[in-house]
Design a protein around this ligand. Structure first.
Ligand code: APR
Length: 239
């Protein structure tokens, strides 16, 4: 394991992690695809698009409210904690597709949330936005301007926040090691990030029990879970 990097481990100065739902799976948060995936039991076109929201904001909010209570109870696992600990040994940036905030909760200081955050709520019309950690009881919640508030997450068909995405490209383009954890990489544009790292001749490692869309681009693939493998990766830097 880690044959491609163990000789040069101390040379890696800029490390980027690209993470997806799989890293939080062992914190009790469902992934989207695969046998237990949310999109197997729920219709994403009815829950995670702006059209669905305008058609039935109450339904979308009820679903997000369930996810909010699940996520607010979840704790970072050893995978999140290992990434946070690695900051003692190298410059670490986390580019996550997850909206669960668990990287920040684990103490990682450089986290870009590509798909937004479940804590955040914004108005569907005006500029109002807020972090709300409490339960929302009246659906759909209304803004002071009278329009509907929505979760500040990126839904299918919506662009990523421009500044966040540009920063993500910059970090990916400058890193010398990219570790890709727990994402099926079927969703664009996050799945293009390894290509930016590759242009910089970075080493690419994938940690995932399953094959992904980008497995063919990797220098090393570890078919195991993040909780099992990430602490081992960090222990290499401690030696
Ligand atoms: N450790 C590592 N990887 C895991 C684990 C684990 N314990 N458990 C599952 N995985 C892997 C799966 O094999 C799969 O490849 O995590 C991946 C999860 O893939 P998806 O469910 O597709 O999640 P993700 O890639 O994050 O989805 C991207 O899709 O619906 C949208 O906006 C949502 O951000 C999400 C985006």
């Amino acid at each position: 394991m880690f044959e491609s990097i163990s000789d040069q481990i101390k040379n890696y100065k800029k490390i980027v992690f690209v993470t997806g739902a799989g890293i939080s799976q062992e914190s009790g948060i469902h992934t989207f695809r695969g046998n237990e995936g949310l999109w197997r039991n729920y219709d994403l076109m009815k829950l995670a698009t702006i059209d669905a929201f305008y058609e039935n904001p109450k339904l979308v909010w009820e679903w997000y409210n369930d996810r909010r209570s699940n996520i607010f109870q979840a704790q970072p696992n050893q995978g999140h904690n290992a990434i946070s600990e690695l900051e003692k040994y190298a410059q670490v940036v986390v580019l996550t597709q997850n909206i669960d905030g668990l990287h920040k909760k684990a103490g990682s200081s450089n986290v870009l949330e590509l798909h937004g955050s479940i804590v955040k709520i914004k108005c569907s019309v005006c500029d109002y936005n807020e972090d709300i950690l409490t339960e929302i009881s009246d659906f759909p919640p209304l803004c002071k301007c009278g329009n509907i508030l929505r979760p500040d997450v990126v839904w299918f068909g919506e662009p990523l926040p421009q500044d966040v995405w540009q920063n993500a490209i910059d970090f990916a383009s400058e890193c010398d090691l990219m570790v890709i954890v727990g994402t099926s990489f079927v969703v664009s544009p996050a799945n293009t990030l390894p290509l930016y790292a590759k242009q910089n001749n970075a080493t690419l490692i994938e940690i995932n029990p399953e094959t992904t869309e980008m497995s063919g681009e990797m220098d090393e693939i570890i078919r195991n879970t993040s909780v099992e493998i990430l602490p081992k990766l960090v222990s290499l830097f401690k030696k």
